[in-house]
Design a protein around this ligand. Structure first.
Ligand code: ADP
Ligand code: MG
Length: 463
């Protein structure tokens, strides 16, 4: 067959499919597919793992067939074969990309004129990038797709696209993974690039050491000579004036030279307490992105992907169970999966629902022990208002919001009916409950303050 033409056909098909699906679905299921073979009416598509294979077979087979036929090619059956793109092809593509990137965007990055003292110091500092965190093994879905796209854009146009890039969101939702993926992508294209990843706590520690050992100039030179500086969990700078001042100068030096700065935090800049105004304003110069909890389907996809890497095929009820139990923190979700897989491996068992319920049953059973009263009490406590007020008739904003959050949690955690929710909060009319639950549900996705409140209250409830 004429591979170039066949490849073109598949690219055209992908182009059409991309338009007809959500971006998240397209990236998750189709991004790493390629055409392996076409014989008569039959084609073979290469896919990266068993999970994607199953999804494409079950959900997308017809769409692919229709799209191919729409392009005037008669194909009536498809086989999906697990096969990643060969190393040689990746290397070849990467080389081409390096060439174009090096000439277009980052000539200044490649400068060999590093401050001499900085390189001698480098061994005492960490580059800190973990190769495990890549774009390829990040599952894209609602909640993280914007952050994913922005990180890719930054990796492709270092220093010029969004600078700084500021990602914020709750614990365990993939911030570190994504910002490190940028670092890995940049280094893989240009091994010379000086990518420095550091948590803000390490930055503080090194700064303190530098002051103590009178190496402040080395410290400053080192960070100011980075091509890409990634600072994780910047909320720890709060209240530390000297550090903020140092970071302010580092920031300016890098920014002026069009070197990339990437920052993560658990809150948006305006909500980091005691962050100096001048830093705050700089943090929002480029692009700030709010990362949200992945939805149920994305969580399922993450579990399936992680299992597929270990060549384990999980029954769908196990996947559903895990995704239902761990809604906000992917690190915990991953931990539970690892616990399950280790348990099964040691005993030579296939993972199934009974095992996972047995193992994590304590967690699963917890919501049942939770009472409506506990939820309402927790909300009042979180917002520092009296229980009588939340149950009472007052309509001040300070009281209405906690009441709405309580209604939302009664629904999400206990699945109470709306009339029952209204009753629990001393209300006669259940339309208020419907409206409140709906409002907080929406706000949860849009308003980081509400999301943080809901998550924190939940954490206390289940602690
Ligand atoms: P954060 O920095 O936001 O607290 P991490 O980046 O450390 O969270 O993510 C926690 C764990 O969950 C990591 O092991 C990460 O690889 C994994 N993870 C989070 N989101 C995804 C995703 N969308 N796809 C694959 N793995 C993910
Ligand atoms: Mg992190």
């Amino acid at each position: 067959m004429n591979t170039v033409q066949e490849d073109k056909l598949w690219q055209t098909v992908l182009g059409d499919i991309e338009i007809s699906l959500s971006r998240a679905n397209y990236l998750t299921w189709f991004k790493n597919t390629h055409l392996i073979d076409r014989v008569g009416d039959h084609i073979v598509i290469g896919v990266p793992n068993v999970f994607i294979k199953q999804q494409l077979e079950r959900k997308y087979n017809q769409l692919i067939l229709d799209t191919i036929q729409k392009n005037g090619v008669s194909i009536d059956s498809i086989d999906f074969k697990i096969q990643s793109v060969s190393r040689a092809e990746i290397d070849e593509k990467a080389e081409l990309q390096v060439e174009s990137i090096a000439t277009q965007h980052v000539p200044q990055m490649l400068s060999s004129e590093r401050p001499k003292n900085a390189s001698s110091l480098a061994h005492t500092y960490r580059q800190g990038i973990n190769e495990r965190y890549t774009f390829d093994n990040f599952v894209v879905g609602s909640g993280n797709e914007l952050a994913y796209a922005a990180c890719q854009a930054v990796a492709n146009e270092v220093g010029t696209k969004y600078n700084p890039l500021f990602l914020y969101g709750g614990v365990g939702i993939g911030k570190t993974h994504l910002i490190q993926a940028v670092g890995n992508a940049v280094v893989s294209r240009n091994p010379q690039a000086r990518v420095v990843y550091i948590s803000s706590e390490q930055f503080v520690q090194e700064f303190v050491d530098a002051l103590r050992f009178k190496k402040n100039t080395d410290f400053a030179d080192y960070y100011r000579s980075a091509d890409v500086l990634i600072v994780d969990d910047v909320q720890f700078f709060a209240g530390k004036e000297k550090i903020q001042e140092e970071f302010f100068h580092t920031f300016n030096a890098l920014h002026q030279a069009n070197h990339q700065i990437i920052i993560s935090s658990d809150k948006p800049p305006r909500e980091i307490p005691t962050l100096e105004e001048r830093l705050r304003s700089r943090f929002v110069w480029g692009m700030s992105i709010d990362m949200q909890n992945p939805d149920f389907e994305t969580r399922c996809a993450i579990i399936q992907n992680k299992a597929a890497v270990k060549q384990i095929n999980l029954p769908s009820d196990v996947v559903d169970f895990l995704s239902t139990q761990f809604q906000t923190n992917i690190r915990e979700l991953e931990g539970a999966l690892n616990q399950l897989l280790a348990f099964c491996e040691m005993r030579g068992l296939e993972p199934n629902l009974a095992i996972v319920t047995g193992l994590l049953g304590g967690r699963a059973a917890r919501p049942k022990h939770l009472s409506a009263h506990q939820i309402i009490e927790r909300c009042a406590k979180y917002y520092q208002i009296e229980l009588d007020d939340i149950l009472g008739a007052k309509r001040d904003k300070d009281i209405v919001v906690p009441r709405q959050v309580a209604m939302y949690l009664l629904r999400s955690e206990l699945h109470l009916s709306f009339p029952k929710i209204a009753h629990e909060l001393g209300r006669k009319d259940h339309t208020t409950a419907i409206h409140s639950v709906d409002k907080i549900e929406k706000e949860f996705n849009l308003n980081p303050t509400i999301r943080a409140a809901v998550n924190e209250i939940k954490e206390h409830l289940y602690a």
